[in-house]
Design a protein around this ligand. Sequence first.
Ligand code: NDP
Ligand code: OXD
Length: 310
Amino acid sequence: MPVLLFISQIEPAESWKRALERAIPGVEVRIWPEAGSRDSVDYVLCWKAPAGVFRGMDNLKAVFSLGAGVDHLRDQRGLPEEVPVVRMVEPALTEGMSEYVIYQVLRFHRRMAEYDAQQSRREWRVLSQVRPRDRRIGILGLGVLGRDAAKKLRALDFDVAGWSRSEKKIRGIKSFAGAGTLEAFLKRTDILVCMLPLTPATTGIINQQHLNLLPEGAYVINAARGQHLVEEDLLSALNSGHIAGAALDVFRKEPLPADHPFWTHPKVTLTPHVASLTNPETGAEAIADNIALCESGKAPQNVVDFSRGY
Ligand code: NDP
Ligand code: OXD
């Protein structure tokens, strides 16, 4: 009977326990800090586990991240190298992210923030419209999430490109691959969407130099990690008018401090790291499939390669 230890301060532990028990026959789910004897733990499912928590878990078979991002596990000490770390890939998380991205793209594309401002002034005024085929979307990161959003935006007739490490062949999507193509990618991007993993290579990627490469009046959507964005550089670009606005879901410090200028900036719309949430039902099914692989001696899917950082 596999033992799974659930560790999270923010995810609903009881919902996860019920969903895991439904999806994994015979599983014993323990909820941190009630870990029981550490060497009896087979699997850990976690979001931001306390430092050193894996010490003494000598029979661990795999660690599952509750989120797609695994930066929260990067600096964990005491996690043996041979234990696979698995990132979350599940359909509801992917759908939710595409919904968020499409919503923010359309909100800017159809000038809804400007109409909201007009409404607050009781002002009746028609603003010009751009056709989607004439709006160039640039997606940083064409992985599980970026690819889904790219295809759905393409289906709405936007001109979509994506930037990734390796070249992609996705119908209708322009692929830019590698650091050498970033400048050309940014120069053709009216709406920049960040869906990269946080790694040493991607930290601070939305900075003054790269914002300056975007065309005048471009829009920025950050749905990945706060550390991708140099917040002061975005504020300067918004205040100078070079960048028209930004939709931000993630921040360098979360919760966003009450005195942070983003809260009241007229060109910023923000949400509290909710662009997409892992769904306990479909998430538990993805974990069940991977535990079945592990229990039959096979390697799980979506294992993190920490040498590349994601
Ligand atoms: P994936 O691992 O599937 O995709 C990552 C993509 O980024 C790949 O296309 C990869 O390229 C590309 N990439 C990585 N490093 C580089 C680099 N140095 N240069 C160029 N491209 C690079 O991740 P997911 O799509 O599942 O998730 C992406 C991120 O979204 C997560 O790591 C997390 O931070 C964030 N997230 C945020 C949420 C929120 O609510 N705000 C919710 C869920 C996720 P290649 O394909 O060539 O490997
Ligand atoms: C994730 C997140 O990485 O929610 O899944 O941030």
